[in-house]
Design a protein around this ligand. Structure first.
Ligand code: UDP
Length: 492
């Protein structure tokens, strides 16, 4: 007899490599391991003009096989103020894309195979009512940590009870299920101050989270055991939907092979375990001064390095350039390497490679020459580093990265965190050199390297047959398949 049709899951990714990459990997695995068909719906990046990283993430998606991708028509956002925070831009983009998504879902639902579930990501909870309209389950995908979801849940709970105030009114530091202590200044951007323009939108989004039938979170048990247990209790009490740790969703390096031959060829020529990889994600920008101190520190450390240099921010701050419309980021004529200190490239040639804006990161982290990662602590970068056993120097810039940095260095033990100068917040050259040397050669570094190795094994196990994440995913996927095929029988 012919095999039954594969029920169809529609995933919705908000713009940004950090959202798109793990969701593409989730889609690939739903098809490869869970008997489902998948369509990944993407929403065009609101930034004006193509940026180099957009092209790369699109390429990453298309090269993955086994699922379809659809780009929704772009929606106008020119009425938003030019300095609107990235959160506001993303929430507006999703809200305005709902009519397009509804039309698409109706087409999918009318076709055979049947629609099995709708899976929007953390910025797209406003699409969950579409799942209800079509009578299919809506699960939210969290490309961030379970701890980040905990922070969001707590934020909303603070506002359920109007008398309890906001994070700022709670004791400083905040204590987490994992035992880490989070200072108020390290609370994720936008959540730290109820007067911030995006705050009300975040609370509203967090309320919509309660409409989800469940959460698929890009983490695994050993990474956040206390948070997993804590969410189990919340689900049993019925105070929050069930949470499934189903990660890590990390691409394989071979997918990126063709993208930057010069980087891999250079790595191939370096000794095993010798290179410090330095990168601040798809949107990180350092100030000009911080760029100079980092360069000097790498030079002083004496170690080999591979640095993905992005355009500096010109306002003296270290932050994200994502979602900025029509500003300095990414024009052809801008050469980030031109901002490095005079003579730096010559003095370090032979042991250092600086590349413009983008590197095939998974390829780099999985290369035997790579020994350490100076990272902005984006959650995908973190999982990629852990999955390939590369210890980190935690250098957070924006979003929830400061929280991740605290958590990785104080609770998980896979990172060392350098100290910024009190006077101006800059991490000085001596500190850079010292933290790099400590991670590569020191005693504290040894403990971090050992812990990272242990966690790597746990990450491998999570998606082995019978691994915890794979079983959790199958539990959900099995339910989706059964319900969809049941509905299909009724329909015929
Ligand atoms: N990335 C990459 N090359 C780069 C910078 C980033 O391949 O030069 C990828 C990286 O591997 C990760 C994603 O882009 O999958 C960035 O996600 P993350 O959550 O680490 O940070 P974000 O960019 O969202 O701040």
């Amino acid at each position: 007899p012919p095999s039954p049709p594969r029920p169809h899951v529609v995933l919705v990714a908000s713009p940004g490599a950090g959202h798109l990459n793990p969701m593409a990997e989730l889609a690939r695995r739903l098809v490869a391991h869970h008997g489902l068909a998948a369509t990944l719906v993407t929403i065009p990046d609101p930034s004006a003009g193509p940026k180099p990283n957009d092209a790369h993430s699109a390429a990453a998606t298309l090269s993955s096989t086994g699922f379809a991708t659809i780009v929704l028509p772009s929606v106008p956002l020119d009425d938003l103020p030019a300095d609107a925070p990235i959160g506001t831009v993303l929430f507006e983009l999703i809200a305005r894309s709902i009519p397009h998504l509804r039309a698409l879902l109706r087409d999918v639902a009318a076709a055979s195979p049947p629609l099995a579930a709708l899976v929007p990501d953390l910025f797209a909870a406003a699409t969950l009512p579409l799942a209800a309209e079509l009578a299919v389950p809506g699960y939210l995908f969290i490309p961030a940590s379970l701890t980040a979801l905990h922070v969001m849940r707590t934020l909303v709970e603070l506002h359920d009870d109007a008398s309890s105030g906001e994070y700022r009114d709670l004791p400083d530091p905040l204590l987490f299920p994992c035992g880490a202590a989070l200072r108020h200044e390290d609370v994720p951007v936008g959540m730290e101050d109820s007067k911030a323009p995006v705050y009300a939108q975040i609370v509203e989004e967090g309320r919509r989270y309660r409409l989800a039938a469940g959460f698929l979170v890009n983490t695994f048990y050993e990474m956040e055991p206390a948070a997993v247990e804590e969410f189990k209790v919340a689900a049993e009490r019925g105070t929050f939907p069930p949470v499934y740790p189903v990660g890590p969703f990390v691409r394989s390096g071979s997918e990126e092979d063709a993208t930057s031959p010069c980087v891999t060829e250079w790595l191939d020529r370096q000794p095993n375990g010798s290179v410090v990889y330095v990168s601040f994600g798809s949107a990180g920008a350092l100030s000009v001064e911080q760029t100079a101190e980092l360069a000097a520190g790498l030079e002083d450390s004496g170690h080999r390095f591979l640095w993905v240099v992005r355009m500096p921010s010109l306002d003296g701050e270290n932050h994200s350039d994502m979602g900025k419309r029509g500003d300095l980021s990414g024009g052809e004529e801008d050469d980030p390497l031109a901002w490095l200190p005079e003579g730096f490239l010559d003095r370090t040639s032979g042991r250092g490679l600086a590349v413009r804006s983008w590197a095939p990161q998974v390829r780099v982290l999985s290369h035997p020459a790579t020994a350490a990662f100076v990272s902005h602590c984006g959650w995908n970068s973190t999982l990629e580093s852990v999955s390939y056993g590369v210890p980190m120097v935690a250098w957070p810039l924006y979003a929830e990265q400061r929280m991740n940095a605290v958590f990785l260095s104080e609770s998980v033990g896979v990172a060392l965190q350098p100290c910024a100068r009190v006077s101006d917040g800059v991490i000085g050259r001596e500190e850079v050199a010292e933290v790099v040397r400590e991670l590569m050669e020191g005693e504290k570094g040894r403990a971090v390297r050992r812990r990272t190795g242990d966690l790597r094994q746990a990450a491998d196990m999570a998606w082995a047959p019978e691994g915890s994440s794979r079983r959790a995913m199958e539990e959900v996927a099995g339910r989706w398949r059964a319900a969809a095929l049941g509905r299909e029988e009724v329909r015929q």
